[in-house]
Ligand binder design. Structure first.
Ligand code: GLN
Ligand code: ZN
Length: 769
């Protein structure tokens, strides 16, 4: 198949676009509405304006079929719950009184009712609101928003395709409603849900839709035969409807695997598949099932969730192969562009050469349009773009930023010994006891103390040039003095400096490591109106100079008690950044680990006897498919050990994670070989202590006894009761006393009272030992 003479049509399309607007207009409008400064009508007008601008932008950038329904005031899964009438009992009154306020009540709760739970959208950093379903759930069609948005796009003259969360994925993302038996499987509601989808499809058809996209990313995860049967049944039934638009079933975030033959056989008119990264192997998978004869294939060849330019020639070659496997091939990103920032062109502070390696939503759209044109009209029509792309790829591959010989020879020389402490835990523990002389049930905190308004203002003033570095550092120093003095008075055993100098636990380190890029407006939606600006791991990573030693040493100079150094671990640095796609994650993790290892060594040399390396992201980046997990956990735990294993036996290494669900990574936690681990446990009544003990975890554990997610101050009795529970699983020589997580989001008055109670509880329980 040569694409030079291809007499085909290929449409450029996307599944979704960043919602916030170039200046985060949506965030401002929604938050303004919450504060009563923006009326509902103004909010809807802003939202409609943003949709209009996005469609215009997409069309101008070459997209021939625009998505509708991907826009959301808060979250598209919540919108789906509204569309199918799955409003929890507790939100019903407020939804009936006012649908918009009811919508935000489901999202954020009110004084009277709790919101829906929020959780990660697959393995992205986007969070959705979890549908709550039960055997009594009655679905009810509410297609108004979907229909209205389609009508808007059509009225503006666009060819538009509504995009919905598919019924199988919707149910698989749901959880049993409160009060419903935990074993209830929402997927059993499929037969009740399909008629609602049938009505929505009919309504959309009546409104002018020729195609509707149903997203089924849940089918790229490990699925049971029952799940796959449900998917087959769902699309058999929807396919058999007579009054419906053509159906495009979309999958993304990986290979469909066993679900591919199911969808390929389904009586729908098209499939959208991911062909990026490891999912590139779906070309062969597709050939193996005999392709998609008579069907439309939307080929996700542009990575929709990372920030790098596409290899256009490689994508064209994939597309060329795919032409032989389907009736019609269209071009898209692997997933919605929601997960990348809007426009790399806005990054004027980046080196222009490096900025050319980056593709955010706008640049990806242009790549998709170029590929569609090359596919349809022949590669000679895009010769200039191909040449420019080749030059940019070559510049990236040959750059001193991406190829630092010193970093490369160092990672290449890493041996197994580098990632192993010099003595086994039992010997280290004895040495640490002798050095630290801590009481039984030692008290500590996880690192941060309240980030006060003064600190935030000082940082803003520094950025704006109204405060000089000396003035800012004076503020930070004063905060550290206060934090240390408080901890001494409160009687905490292992102190921290409180992290006042850190805006964010990843960004702070990213700004100090070379090889990392920061963006000026690279915002991506984390949830609702919360946007984050992940730094970009662009090149080989090294540490020009110590990052934390100065403030840690300063804190230590103020007290005789040990001050714990606190760093963000390599896995978390990767998980909360955009990562390189030109080398294995394991290699990037090793580079970051070696840079952090130097920091650990410098902290130790400066007299730090306790060093904590936080890895809250260890579990959240666990690959969705079980088969991929051992490989991930092997490099992830190695990177942690590489960071921490260079120290003396009597230097105590702590780690911290903010979750209570550890079942599937117990072995990995053990493999970290940290001397002490602190975890979230207050709300789950120390369950994790029992789990670790049950699994034979041999080292020290600090299950949190203070729930820092709530402003509530736990009483000393309550903390003591939790400690006694912890002691049923963990012997007193190995139990620590600490809060669930850092205190930066809390206020000083609650923190003071809570930590005083925590110390009192430790003393009370100690006295009984
Ligand atoms: N050391 C960090 C803090 O205390 C840990 C934060 C986290 O686990 N997310 O803020
Ligand atoms: Zn935490």
């Amino acid at each position: 198949m040569t694409t030079e003479s291809a007499a085909t049509t290929a449409t450029a399309t996307v599944y979704g676009y960043p919602r916030q607007g170039a200046n985060r207009e949506l965030k401002k409008a929604v938050e303004g509405y919450w504060k009563g400064r923006v009326t509902a009508e103004e909010l809807h007008r802003t939202a409609a304006g943003l949709r209009r601008a996005n469609w215009r932008r997409l069309a101008d950038d070459g997209v021939r079929e625009v998505p509708t329904g991907d826009f959301s005031l808060y979250d598209h899964v919540l919108d789906t719950s509204v569309m199918v009438g799955a409003v929890p009992e507790r939100h019903r009154a407020v939804v009936e009184a006012d649908p918009l306020d009811g919508y935000f009540a489901m999202a954020r709760g009110t004084r009277e009712v709790a919101p829906l739970e929020m959780t990660k959208w697959f393995d992205t950093n986007y969070h959705y609101l979890v549908p709550e379903l039960g055997p009594d759930t009655v679905f009810r069609t509410d297609s108004a928003r979907q229909v209205a948005e389609l009508a808007e796009a059509l009225a503006l003259g666009h060819t538009a395709r509504p995009v919905l969360v598919g019924p199988v994925t919707y149910l698989l993302l749901a959880k049993p409603a409160p009060g419903v038996d935990g074993s209830f499987a929402p997927l059993t509601l499929l037969d009740r849900l399909l008629p609602v989808y049938a009505e929505v499809l009919a309504d959309l058809r009546a409104a002018g839709a020729t195609w509707v996209q149903l997203d089924e990313p849940a089918l790229v995860q490990d699925r049971t035969p029952a799940d796959l049967n449900a998917a087959a049944r769902a699309y058999r039934e929807l396919g058999a409807l007579t009054d419906r638009p053509r159906l495009l079933v979309a999958s993304y975030f990986g290979r469909l695997g066993e679900a591919l033959p199911v969808l390929a056989k389904a009586p729908v008119e098209g499939l959208a598949l991911d062909f990026t990264g490891p999912a590139a192997a779906q070309v062969e998978d597709l050939a193996a099932v005999g392709g998609l004869p008579g069907k439309r294939l939307v080929a996700g060849v542009v990575d929709g969730r990372n920030v790098w330019i596409n290899d256009l020639a490689a994508s064209l070659s994939t597309l060329g192969t795919l032409l032989g496997l389907a009736d019609r091939v269209d071009v898209s990103a692997s997933c919605s562009l929601l997960h990348v920032p809007l426009d790399a062109g806005a990054e004027r502070e980046l080196d222009p050469q490096i900025a050319r390696w980056l593709a955010f939503a706008r640049q990806k759209t242009a790549e998709i349009a170029t590929l569609a044109r090359g596919l349809a009209d022949g590669t000679h029509t895009i010769a200039a773009q191909l040449a420019a792309n080749r030059a940019d790829l070559a510049s990236r591959a040959g750059s001193a930023l991406t190829r630092d010989p010193a970093v490369r020879s160092r990672t290449a020389a890493v041996t197994a010994t580098d990632a192993r402490r010099s003595l086994p835990y039992a010997d280290r523990a004895a040495a640490q006891r002798a050095r630290l002389r801590l009481p039984l049930l030692p008290t500590t905190t996880v690192g941060s103390f309240p980030q006060t308004a003064e600190l935030r203002t000082a940082r803003a003033e520094l950025r704006a040039g109204r405060l000089d570095t000396a003035g800012y550092e004076e503020r930070v120093g004063a905060e550290i003095r206060e934090v240390v003095a408080f901890q001494e008075t409160a009687g905490i055993d292992v102190l921290v400096h409180g992290e006042p100098e850190r805006n964010d636990m990843v960004q702070y380190f990213a700004e100090r490591l070379s090889g990392y890029l920061a963006t000026r407006s690279g915002w991506v939606q984390s949830y609702g109106t919360r946007y984050v600006r992940p730094p970009i791991l662009a090149g080989d990573i090294s540490r020009p100079e110590p990052m934390t030693v100065r403030w840690t040493a300063y804190a230590q100079s103020l007290t005789d008690r040990p001050v714990k150094g606190v760093l963000t671990g390599p896995v978390t640095m990767l998980a909360w950044s955009f990562v390189r796609d030109d080398q294995p994650l394991a290699e990037t993790a090793r580079q970051v680990a070696l840079a952090l290892r130097d920091e650990v060594a410098d902290l130790e040399a400066a007299g730090t006897s306790v060093i904590q390396v936080d890895e809250p992201a260890l579990r959240e980046t666990l690959p969705p498919r079980a088969a991929d997990r051992p490989g991930y956990l092997a490099w992830a735990t190695e990177a942690f050990r590489l960071t921490t294993s260079g120290v003396r036996p009597d230097t105590q290494i702590h780690t911290h994670m903010c979750y209570a669900e550890f079942g599937d990574i117990l072995q990995a936690i053990d493999d970290l070989d940290a001397d002490v681990i602190s975890l979230e446990a207050a709300r789950s009544h120390m369950r994790v202590a029992g789990e670790l003990a049950g699994a034979g975890y041999p080292r020290e554990v600090g299950p949190g006894v203070y729930d820092i997610h709530s402003p509530r101050v736990p009483g000393a009795d309550e903390a003591a009761a939790l400690l006694r529970r912890g002691l049923m699983a963990v012997p007193p020589e190995r139990l620590w006393v600490n809060p669930d997580c850092g205190l930066k989001t809390r206020g000083w008055p609650e923190v003071r009272a809570s930590l005083e109670n925590l110390v009192a509880a430790a003393r009370e329980v100690r006295a009984t030992l």
